[in-house]
Design a protein around this ligand. Structure first.
Ligand SMILES: [Zn+2]
Length: 69
């Protein structure tokens, strides 16, 4: 369920009847309504399901291959 910020409730709400739209710059956005007060909620980003891949932290291996002899 996509969530957005309702400016009327001044709280984060679930976006009722979410619709994916495209902004002028080509970026995806989600538009819907607040299920509590019915105010239009606009959130930048695609709806859930198209979450951007989180970059996994690369584990740097300590290079301590110094031959001790
Ligand atoms: Zn609201």
């Amino acid at each position: 369920m996509a969530t957005g910020y309702c400016v009327k409730c001044k709280a984060a709400r679930e976006i009722a009847d979410p619709q994916q739209i495209t902004m002028k710059n080509g970026r995806p956005a989600t538009q819907g309504r607040c299920p509590v007060c019915g105010t239009k909620i606009f959130k930048i980003g695609a709806p859930t399901g198209a979450a951007p891949a989180a970059p996994e932290p690369t584990q740097a291996k300590p290079e301590s291959t110094v031959p001790q002899r």
